[in-house]
Design a protein around this ligand. Sequence first.
Ligand code: CO
Ligand code: CO
Length: 306
Amino acid sequence: MGYGSSDDACVYTVTDDIAVIQTVDFFTPIVDDPYTFGQIAAANALSDVYAMGGEPKLAMNLLCVPNCLSAKTVRTILEGGHDKAVEAGCTIAGGHTIQDDEPKYGMCVTGFVHPRRILRNIGAMPGDVLVLTKPIGSGIVSTGIKAQMVSDSDRDVLYRHMSTLNAKAGRAVVEAKDVHACTDVTGFGLLGHSYEMASGSNVTIRLKAGAFPLMPGALELASMGIIPGGAYRNMDYVKPHMAVMPGVRQVYVDLASDPQTSGGLLAALPRDEAEKLLDKLKPFAPWSAIVGEVLPRGDKSIELTE
Ligand code: CO
Ligand code: CO
C-alpha cells in the first residue's frame, strides 16, 4: 500500500485471488479487569484487518509481564484475548512473552482479503458521506473512570463497545456498494483519521458535530475538561488543516480529537448506499450514524460544522 497514506495494515498480494493483511497492536492495561483488558486488546488488534476489508485468520499473542502479576491474572488476560479471537474465527497460533516493568498485551494478526476488495483509508469522493459504526469518547470516559467520575452503567457501556469486534460492521461495509474508503477510528481520534482520509483523497471532509454518536457520559465529562492528553496532540496535529465553523462548541472539537481504543469503522460511500448500510448495521450497531460528508477539496481538509 505504501507508507504515504497511513493505511491500517500492510497488504501482500500472494495470488490474483489472495492478499495477506498483516498488522500488530498492543498496549498497557486501560481497564482494571484482566479479562476485559484481554478482550479489548484483541478486538483492537483485530480491527485493522476489518478496516482493510479482510477477515482475520491467524494471530500471535504479544505479552509483557511484570514479576508482581499473578499467573492467574496473566491467564485471565490471555483468556479474554482468546475468546475474542475465537469469536472472530481467528486461531491464536502462539506468541511470545517477556518480562517488563509494565504489563502489555496485544496481538500480531494475519488476515486475508481478495486483492480487488481491499479497502484503503484513501479514495473518498465528493458526494460520499461518512458512516461511523461506534460512538466516540472512549478516551474521555476512560479518563473519567480514573477520576471516579463515571457511573457503573456508563462504564459498562464503554467496556462493551471497546470489546466489540468490528467483524459484523466490517462485513456490512464489505457488502455495501461503492465503498470508496474505510479506516478504523483509533489513536488519532475521529478528527485525525478523517484528516488522513481527506488529505490522502484530496478532498475536504465536513464533519457534523451534532451527528456524532457519543459514549454515554462523554459530553458531560468533556464539558468539565476531562480530556486525555492525546486529544490535545490530535487537535494540534489537525488544527492547521481544519476550519471550525461559527457556532461549534469547543467540546465537540475535544470529542472529535479524543483518541479511541478499539473504535468503530469509518467508511466513505455515496449517500444512498450509506442509508442502506445503516439499515444493515441497525440490528447490532444502532448508534451508527452519518457523521460527515465529502466535498471537493476546498481551503482546508477538514470542516467542523454544528
Ligand atoms: Co487502523
Ligand atoms: Co493499528
